[in-house]
Design a binder for this molecule. Sequence first.
Ligand SMILES: [Ca+2]
Length: 494
Amino acid sequence: MLSFTKWFPIALALLGLQSVHAKKPNIIFLLADDQSTYSVGCYGNEDVKTPQMDKLGAEGMVFDRHYVTSPICMSSRANIFTGMYEYKTGTNFGHGDMKPEVWQDSYPVHLRQAGYLTAFAGKFGIVVDGKGICEEEFDIWAGAKGQSSFRTDKNPALAKYAKEFPHSTLAYGAWGQDVIRTAVEQGKPFCMSISFKAPHKPATPDPRFDAVYAGKTFKKPENFGRAFADHLAPQSKKGRQWARFTEWKYDTDYDAQMRLYYQQIYGIDVALSMLREELEKQGAADNTVIIYTSDNGYLCGSHGYGSKEIFLEESSRVPLIVHDPRLPESARGKRSRELTCNIDFAPTILNLAELPIPAKMDGHSILPILTDPNTGGHAAITLFNGFIGNCMSVVTQNKKYTYWAASKGLPAFEEMFDLKKDPYEKVNLALNPESAPLLEKMRESYRERLAMLQKEAVSYNGYAKYAITLDPDATPAAKQEAIRAATKAKKKTK
Ligand SMILES: [Ca+2]
């Protein structure tokens, strides 16, 4: 016998009543570049002004345990488009571009095929072999290659907004308003993705907001400075994120650096208000889901680091605010501690568009969490960044374990944190003999994540070696051989 969910649509079709079926929602996906959780008021920072982000959270849901599975621009964007871990997208700096067969299962491709008007603006962040930055893959395009520009007039698709909005952040807002108008005129559901350049370096805030933080000083995070780095992997102090603590003057000029950073984010907050005003004006606000997040977090002096890439909370955990106006009043203004991550966006967007989710996607739709904040997250996720390549983490409900392979002349090193008791990662439990049983458990979880990588990593772009180099049980000789083979394969393909 047919179930209700199967026969009901058939009955409607027979009666010619398909139109009673609710209209598919519009989707706005907003992505900041390098925005940390502590840059947003509703994440507990009383020194910043983010009224629109806070309002979006008050009307929707704020996610407190949302991670970027690869905390770096290029790979994170590949994760977002495809719903897959980096070792399956095969895409990152130092590795290579995306294959077209990977891109063809991305959310923009599926939504366009399903009749959505698709639009993209800002830093595209990846290149697809044979398609470049995919200008032809969207109905409306204002994307840009490479790092994109803060100057509106540098992007031909934005040039008409340059006089009124010479800084690109608000130009994206104006462009988005036009996309909303166009989609409403055409009577099509739309999926609009805006990838802001802000607050990425070089810090270039819109001068129209110079007064917002003039003279302001900021409270430093409680793990600020190198006194909080002794327990962390020596490998992590060899990368550029260590040098950037002093190079970017977090040690000597903290307030001035943070003023620039937060002023850029303030611009995004204003752009968000422009989009929401236009949705109201066009009568589309009640049927438009807004997702706000960042491609990676940012270390502004925590533990004595600057920028991103590594898996500490400030770098790998990012803001996520979702507003679905179709949900009842009881679902508003909630927070969730369910474990979510950037590979969840593609499945979530497909779910919103009522499309099937390809089995190869690693992420889950987060829509069930929107109605019940206490269930529906992952039991565990992997953090992996091929740009640094010598470490991998597993994050579970309350714990994080990171394995740093022997590299740069340093022996293997383990980090383990209880994120519930120690959200600032000040105590490395892997160094604590009393935590040995927990360490064994987390090592086991790590091996499970590694087994997934070993089974599913793409064979190209230098990803095969990680099955061995990130295996704590592999011999140094086997690791050397894996690296040699990867270098040889890379030379061959050049
Ligand atoms: Ca970034």
